[in-house]
Ligand binder design. Sequence first.
Ligand code: GSH
Length: 227
Amino acid sequence: MAAMGDHRMKLLGVWDSPYVNRVQIMLNLKGISYEYVEEDLKNKSELLLSCNPVYKKVPVLIHDGKPIAESQVIVKYIDEVFAGTGPSVLPVDAYERATACFWAAFVDDKVGSAWYTILFAREAEKKVAETARIAAALETLEGAFKDLSGGTAPFFGGDNIGFVDVVLGSYLGWFKVIEKMVGVRVLDAARTPLLAAWGERFTAADPVKGVLPEDVDKVLEFLQTFL
Ligand SMILES: N[C@@H](CCC(=O)N[C@@H](CS)C(=O)NCC(=O)O)C(=O)O
């Protein structure tokens, strides 16, 4: 097992990005210290462009000089490289691991794509329709939570935060932003009571504290600079 001090980690990110936030949560979970570099997406650094020439997006994790892109790939990478440090987010059992990866992919496919459309859609109706798509995905995820947590465990990962928790949890701050922007509830305890309670637990967990954006107006103001 490599000692933490043997590694040099640099994370290129943007403070309000759910994809960046999930990498930060993962690094915190493993207790790995890292240098954080805030990118200006309207004027991307040469480092970002050279580290992620295909997508030119954040997050990029640079580990001992080697870049890794795509948030889910990065989270899996950290889990693997630091297998002996802190809790694992991916299950050891191959079938359970495949199931976790399935739901994590579902989250970015359904929630992530709708989130992105809401940010940049001009018509209010489009924003409302996409918010409904997120709410529908959350209803499906309520069922997945019941299955994966066995109905009693606090997290998708069981007693500990797992891969689906990290991937879905990184959108929690944005759900509140969408609620203010669109005027429709996203994570609604009346519709998805288990997920609503899960969201409270996840947000209060130590590795998550201080990572997710909490100031809704600040996020909305920042978003304006991209429209
Ligand atoms: N699938 C990517 C999505 C990353 C992503 O969309 N990053 C946005 C910030 S939230 C970005 O860098 N956008 C810059 C651009 O599109 O030019 C991941 O999971 O890492």
